[in-house]
Design a binder for this molecule. Structure first.
Ligand code: SAJ
Length: 442
């Protein structure tokens, strides 16, 4: 990879050796657990530290709770003692490197919430010892590593780049991605000092195929935010185009497919019911918040987030208009939601737009049910709603079927032939399906 650095090793540069080095991974979620397994498979003793006793218990019982980490891949490392988990931060005393993979959500005010990072660092500093390499992987705003975390560790009296080493390396895990896993996704690494960068590059070089050193932790923090803000902005463009095409009575999906024939200079993004997940809805706010602190208003990024977060309301408007054409209103209508996960073929409902669409429809009096093969139950308006099976009867009884998440498991031919009215926010019901239903697309 251009700019990537292969590891030129000499004895003075070797600090981390399989069989001798112990790596601590703080946070055993969808980022930390795959990383722990990669280090273990490279021969490093790996200690996972998590505040959730269930994760610790499951790992030590050789049972994986992360779909991307098969139990059969993880179990042998637990069995051999290479991989273990604990809730006790004192285990850090036996570690040489510490990687922090904790969540970075947003507060209700859409401001960054780095409390999990601060909590981890306040525990690490109690066990900080000479030679420790600490790497933050959690997505955060530029400056977190050297303006917030570094002072916490330097309270110990130790000097960064000399007695301990600190770097940032963005996680780039894409849950469910069959092609790109932790090992074969280029790892960007930016240290607080050149020696910090060098040591982090050396360590990751054992667990990841390609490592790219950059000049600072800020560059590494910013690169991650660019990656995901790029998606937010382009998805917002697709959503705004959909709003435009809806008024102009143009099929936005056909427009996008036509544009996608351009072999260069264009990447297809698609409109949808809004954006969900743990990254794209949040990351741009980390960027705009930090920019605002330095007196810069990132208008473009903020507007994109506004457009994306307005999409659930647009979906409800389309449902209302579609029912109205049938002489019905949302109030009292039986509405079946297909797919509540935040994207296709996953079971994660975090920030899922489906939940907001359902709340808005509930407020307007809809009689709601949902089906999602990946999500057996959700909390909805203070009660538990269970996923229902999609049957011909259920489809024909519904006044409107709303496709929010286009899981591959759904039988769209059957849906199109039994439903009366479909609002399709993902272009899932292709035009060529023999259908009884009237289909209204985003
Ligand atoms: N979405 C659209 N239109 C699109 C693409 C996505 O509406 O054209 C929606 C999805 O339905 C979802 C949300 O946006 O609700 C986010 O989708 P995503 O495809 O960005 O998936 P994520 O949230 O899992 O993003 C992750 C990110 N990975 C990391 O942060 C490490 C992102 O950088 C990846 O590019 C993305 O996966 C991916 O490519 O799948």
């Amino acid at each position: 990879m251009r700019g990537a650095q292969t590891l030129e090793k000499s004895s003075r540069d070797v600090h981390y050796t399989p069989g001798e080095t112990t790596v601590a991974i703080i946070g055993l979620g969808y980022v930390g657990l795959p990383l722990a397994v990669e280090f273990a498979s490279a021969g490093f003793k790996c200690i996972g530290i998590d505040v959730d006793p269930r994760k610790v218990k499951s790992l030590n019982a050789q049972s994986s709770y992360i779909p991307d980490v098969p139990t059969e891949q993880m179990a042998p490392f637990v069995q051999s003692g290479l991989l273990s988990a604990t809730r006790d931060f004192s285990a850090l005393a036996d570690c040489d490197a510490i990687v922090i993979c904790v969540p970075t959500p947003l507060r209700k005010t859409k401001d960054p919430d780095i409390s999990h990072i601060l909590s981890a660092c306040s525990k690490i500093v109690k066990h900080l010892k000479s030679g420790h390499l600490i790497i933050l992987e959690s997505t955060t705003y530029p400056g977190t590593t050297d303006e917030v975390i570094l002072p916490i560790f330097e309270e110990s009296g130790m000097k960064v780049g000399e007695s301990f080493f600190l770097a940032f390396s963005p996680e780039r895990v894409d849950p469910g991605n069959p092609e790109f896993k932790t090992r074969n996704i280029c790892k960007i690494v930016g240290g607080v000092t050149p020696e910090c960068t060098k040591r982090a590059v050396e360590l990751y070089g054992h667990a990841v195929d390609t490592v790219l050193p950059v000049s600072s932790s800020k560059v590494a923090e910013m690169a991650k935010l660019l990656e995901n803000t790029y998606r937010s902005v382009n998805i917002a463009l697709a959503n705004e185009l959909a709003l435009m095409c809806h008024r102009l009575n143009i099929d936005v999906w056909e427009v996008i497919d036509a544009a996608a024939t351009k072999p260069f200079g264009y990447q297809a993004f698609y409109p949808g019911p809004g954006i969900g997940g743990h990254c794209i809805p949040l990351d741009p706010y980390y960027l705009t918040w930090k920019a605002r602190l330095s007196g810069f208003e990132a208008k473009f990024i903020g507007l994109a987030a506004e457009i994306n977060s307005a999409m659930p309301h647009h979906v409800v408007d389309i449902v209302s208009d579609a029912l109205n054409t049938d002489g019905k209103c949302i109030n009292g209508s039986r509405i079946l939601i297909l797919g509540v996960a935040y994207k296709k073929n996953v079971g994660d409902t975090r920030e899922s737009p489906a939940l907001e669409v359902m709340d808005l429809l509930h407020i307007k009096g809809a009689r709601l049910s949902y089906s999602d093969p990946f999500v057996p139950a959700i909390a909805h308006c203070g009660q538990e709603l269970k996923s229902v099976d999609v049957t011909p009867e259920l489809l024909s009884e519904a006044d409107c079927v709303v496709i929010i998440t286009n899981h591959s498991d759904f039988d769209y031919t059957a849906i199109a032939s039994h439903a009366k009215l479909i609002v399709d926010t993902r272009n899932a019901v292709k035009n060529n399906l023999g259908r009884n239903a009237r289909v209204v697309k985003l």
